[in-house]
Design a protein around this ligand. Sequence first.
Ligand SMILES: Nc1nc2c(ncn2[C@@H]2O[C@H](COP(=O)(O)OP(=O)(O)OP(=O)(O)O)[C@@H](O)[C@H]2O)c(=O)[nH]1
Ligand SMILES: [Mg+2]
Length: 320
Amino acid sequence: MAEKVIAGDRRALSRAITLVESARKDHREEAVALIERLAQSGRQALRIGLSGTPGVGKSTFIESFGMMLTAQGLRVAVLAVDPSSARSGGSILGDKTRMERLSRDPNAFIRPSPSQTQLGGVARRSREAVAICEAAGFDVVLIETVGVGQSETVVAEMADLFILLLAPAGGDELQGVKRGIMEMADIILVNKADGDLKPVATRTCSDYAGALRLLRKRPQDPQGYPKAMMVSAMEETGLQTAWEEMQALTAWRRENGHFDGMRAAQARYWFREDVRNALLSQLDTPEARSRMADLAGQVGTGGLTPARGAEEMLRWLRRT
Ligand SMILES: Nc1nc2c(ncn2[C@@H]2O[C@H](COP(=O)(O)OP(=O)(O)OP(=O)(O)O)[C@@H](O)[C@H]2O)c(=O)[nH]1
Ligand SMILES: [Mg+2]
């Protein structure tokens, strides 16, 4: 399968992603071996994380930005990190029909997000899907997430560039974008800078440019970054400039060791997350749950102190 993925076989690519999405234990072992083998390909894509609230224009942006890149001869993969399986209308699955031009483009590959509820599991799968697309020779991997709390962090931890898409907003409120999210952004794109919205977009953009300048300087940024810029995904304006900024920032980071440094830090992060998640999953068996419930009952009636109960539980886990 690894050979086929590296050779650019589409079906193998889809099957490889299905494999890493599987929760079955034997599949997991195969997946770990596959990812290990694929890592030897030494190929690197530019991984771009994209976040934004529902309706801001992520799908429209990915379609027009993706089409622009493929027109330049680049191969583009699109993945999604979607923590809630409940989402229907805005899911990338429904989008495959909406991203109509891009999904028909032979130089593009769009993978709907697996329906999942647990962010930890989604994160690992998406990260491995990124690695698979990278080994398959894509030049750019776009990872989309809807802005709902933790998922931005997850995406930022697997991307070389984190792009925040925002809508033009009247008033002086900075759209309630959390400081933590702002601090992750490498480039803010104010979308819908067209028609009647243009003047509002201009003001929103300069508001955010100002807000970005107030943030603490990060070592991975050259002078003038992070940047806020205007685009119109619909009218396809500003996209080339945005792409040039992304490339310039990436080039600088490569030259200054930050690109590799960030990837190394991310690898360490995911290593720790995998250990943490594996430990947590030990609590997620029927036996463990029933043991927990039993001990919790005893703690509730005062038969056991919380500390003693926890000790009992850990001892039980080590035995099993
Ligand atoms: N005027 C204008 N409208 C846009 C632009 N980009 C997207 N829209 C419109 O905004 C609406 C939402 O666009 P989507 O691309 O579906 O937004 P999304 O962020 O993918 O939304 P979810 O998938 O629900 O999270 C649609 O009606 C688009 O036509 C733009 O550049 N200008
Ligand atoms: Mg969408």
